[in-house]
Design a protein around this ligand. Structure first.
Ligand SMILES: [Zn+2]
Ligand SMILES: [Zn+2]
Length: 248
């Protein structure tokens, strides 16, 4: 939802190129020219993880994922303006940025996701305090409005993890191991009835929502925890997908 105060206080200019936003882009944060520059992630890809497949052999990126994590898709490649937009979502504090990113995500087709509940990937307690909001929760809310799906904050991040930017895939997996728990009484939080039923019903898929996909280590760990709690089908969507350096 456009925040009335933000609209009042901010000049209506594109976050990325600073050109003036006029009708019909007046309540956007990114102009249509910049949005069209975002490069969509397209097939051919690995059906499971959505990564372009290697020329020889099967996909190694998703080979070790928990069985429950069935499908991951990202809207655009994380480069140029798309990277800047994610930066704005994470650090500029503008709630409306999430709407423009969710708009790009909403055209993704996720078989099995039609009846699913959206679950944002949580932030650690320290980062949440510093930032004041979880950017993935904002994305999930904005996407939920477009997809008409409920959002449930089923996961908590029980410890802060190091920034993953410079880590190899193996180091990333170790970095996020044990970082998540399913929200329940044990964590000192009440479980709303809807969230419990989401976990009890083995047929309801959950869709994890995150801002960026890099190696999938974070989504795999979140899915592993949900799988332990009895969820059999976990899908995931992200706005951006990092162009991976070659670790082989
Ligand atoms: Zn622009
Ligand atoms: Zn794959």
């Amino acid at each position: 939802m456009p925040n009335a105060l933000e609209q009042l206080l901010l000049p209506a200019e594109c976050l990325l190129c600073r050109s003036l936003l006029s009708f019909p882009d007046a309540d956007r944060t990114v102009c249509s020219v910049c949005r069209h520059r975002w490069r969509a992630v397209r097939p051919p890809w690995c059906e499971r993880c959505g990564q372009p497949e290697p020329l020889f052999g099967g996909c190694r990126l998703c080979a070790d994922w928990p069985a429950a994590l069935q499908r991951v898709r990202s809207a655009v490649w994380l480069e140029g303006g798309a990277r800047e937009a994610v930066h704005a979502l994470k650090y500029a504090g503008l709630a409306r940025v999430a709407d423009d990113l969710a708009a790009a995500m909403s055209s993704m087709v996720l078989p099995g996701g039609e009846g699913a509940m959206l679950v944002p990937v949580p932030l650690g307690p320290r980062r949440l305090r510093q930032r004041g909001y979880n950017q993935s929760a904002r994305l999930a809310q904005a996407l939920g409005r477009r997809w008409h799906r409920p959002v449930a904050e089923l996961l908590v991040r029980v410890r802060d993890t190091a920034t993953q930017t410079a880590l190899t895939p193996a180091a990333r997996r170790a970095n996020v191991a044990g970082a998540f728990e399913v929200r329940n009484e044990k964590c000192g939080m009440r479980s709303p009835p809807m969230q419990n039923s989401a976990l009890r019903n083995p047929h309801s898929a959950l869709v994890l929502v995150d801002d960026v996909f890099t190696t999938g280590a974070t989504l795999a760990e979140a899915a592993r925890v949900l799988e332990c709690a009895g969820v059999t089908a976990v899908l995931a969507v992200t706005f951006g997908r990092a162009v991976l350096p070659d670790f082989s």
